[in-house]
Design a protein around this ligand. Structure first.
Ligand SMILES: [Zn+2]
Length: 490
């Protein structure tokens, strides 16, 4: 018996709210939304034309709607992962060109949006991509809503440094030319310098439909520091141009000196946690210079993505049991999962092992986690200041099969919890903090009338434990109900 007929039987039909032309009605559900401090039980949520049309404690009578009984379940907004890279097929070598590798990449790209949805991620922000990768993601029948940044870097700077010339300039065309670096990094033949000023690059990124500009501030990994970085003046021009075009400025920076440059340039978001502490690396706790920097992040209101899975995801490459994880079967196509375990599938592990001087696997894993542990201490400190953190998994941050779409978003949430965030603050990082920071709060981030109906039905209360995010029952994507298991890899 439906609730409306119960009411009619009791002669209370007048209390029921009339509705017509509705698409979906979720009944008897407990709403958990980040702008509310408490769950709201026994709610009725009507979805029409892909948006939340009505929320009421009284049953709604509506003809021709799909009904979902939410009794005993929790309705939350879908999660936003604000740091992903959707064009990279996880774990495959760049430019994978053989028919076998191409088939594996295709299988990955079919499963990728489903894996995000499987873990409740209904919005993703790609922080550095090319139009072809975005289009391929959007071409899949079911996918999270996709937003993106355009990426820029100094000529020959990170990450373009990993691509041989001249493909480098074709693959990453939005570089900025620094005349001061001309001796070491001359403009490629036939290129017009006027097309590679900060203003020209921001104009190009703006017309691509991006909502942000990501700039890489990275002079090298580890002890290396010979990659070019933009001058203070170029960064100021980039900041001014982004503001003029209404774009956010996002900085890749994970070392203390690089993050200081980012703050000097007044960026809106730092896209990585602070884990390279330079001379302070071996000090216990949060050393004074690290604390001073984190205080400055908080005072300036700069967005901060801890991206703790970057280190954990490379460590996973050196663990014997990573590919035995039963969740991998849910998010990785079977053929690709098999391939990861083969000799060629171990290519990136071998590259990293060689770079380490052939240290034993457990040693490499523990060194990665040691760096990550500094990132955890920085998160704990920032959270203690009351700084609103942003959920960004940086999937994949490297060609490691330790990073997997959706699963890493969930594992990033678990790491935030392990760093000391209570479940409510992890939830806020994944919803309201992200959508406010990226100016998506008009449409996303809460269970509220008028928002796009990207929602989740959970079997456990996410305010009690972060593990509730592995107990998703249904994903509602623009009003369409998807059973979680229908999204699993097969
Ligand atoms: Zn990234």
């Amino acid at each position: 018996m439906s609730p409306s007929s119960i009411l009619a039987g009791l002669g209370l039909a007048l209390l029921a709210t009339a509705a017509s032309g509705a698409d979906l009605l979720i009944e008897n559900v407990t709403i958990v939304s980040p702008e509310r401090s408490q769950p709201v039980p026994n709610q009725f949520v009507l979805i029409r034309n892909e948006r939340i049309a009505q929320i009421t404690p009284r049953p709604i009578t509506a003809a021709g709607v799909q009904r979902v009984d939410g009794k005993g379940q929790f309705l939350t907004p879908g999660l936003t992962d604000s740091h992903v890279h959707v064009s990279d097929a996880v774990g495959l070598p760049p430019g994978a060109a053989t028919p076998e590798l191409k088939a594996l990449a295709d299988a990955f790209h079919v499963q990728q949006p489903r894996s995000y949805l499987y873990f409740g991620v209904t919005q993703v922000i790609d922080l550095a991509n090319l139009p072809a990768g975005l289009a391929a993601f959007d071409a899949q029948p079911r996918h999270p809503d996709l937003f993106h940044c355009g990426a820029t870097m100094p000529l020959d700077g990170y990450p373009s440094v990993f691509v041989d010339k001249p493909q480098r300039y074709a693959l990453m065309p939005d570089y900025i030319y620094e005349p001061a670096n001309a001796a070491k990094h001359p403009l490629p033949a036939g290129v017009d310098a006027a097309a590679h000023t900060p203003e020209a690059i921001v104009d190009r990124i703006a017309v691509s439909g991006a909502r942000c500009v990501k700039v890489f501030i990275e002079n090298g990994f580890g002890d290396q520091s010979d990659w070019p970085v933009l001058s203070r003046q170029s960064l100021q021009r980039l900041r001014a141009a982004a503001t003029r075009r209404g774009l956010l400025l996002i900085a890749h920076a994970n070392a203390l000196d690089m993050q200081r440059i980012a703050l000097d340039a007044n960026v809106d978001v730092i896209a990585h946690g602070l884990w390279n502490w330079g001379p302070a690396s071996n000090k216990p706790g949060v050393p004074a210079e690290i604390a001073a920097h984190l205080n400055r992040i908080h005072k300036s209101g700069t967005g901060y993505q801890p991206t703790l899975r970057v280190l954990a995801g490379t460590a996973d490459l050196f663990r014997a049991d990573t590919l035995e994880d039963p969740t991998y079967k849910k998010v990785v196509p079977a053929a690709l999962l098999d391939w990861y375990g083969t000799e060629p599938g171990q290519w990136f592990r071998k590259v990293m092992k060689q770079n380490s001087g052939n240290l034993p696997d457990p040693k490499i894993a523990s060194l990665e986690l040691q760096v990550g542990e500094r990132g955890m201490r920085a998160v704990r400190y920032l959270h203690g200041l009351g700084h609103p953190l942003l959920l960004g998994s940086d999937t994949p941050s490297a060609p490691t099969y330790g990073n997997q779409p959706g699963y890493d978003t969930y594992r990033e949430m678990r790491l935030l919890a392990a760093a000391g965030l209570p479940p409510l603050d992890v939830f806020r990082a994944a919803t309201i903090n992200n959508v406010r920071q990226f100016r998506l709060d008009k449409d996303y981030g809460a269970v509220a009338t008028g928002k796009i109906a990207n929602l989740l039905l959970l079997d456990a209360n996410p305010l009690e434990s972060v593990h509730a995010w592995s107990r998703i029952d249904k994903i509602i994507l623009r009003g369409r109900v998807l059973e979680r298991e229908s999204l699993a890899a097969r």
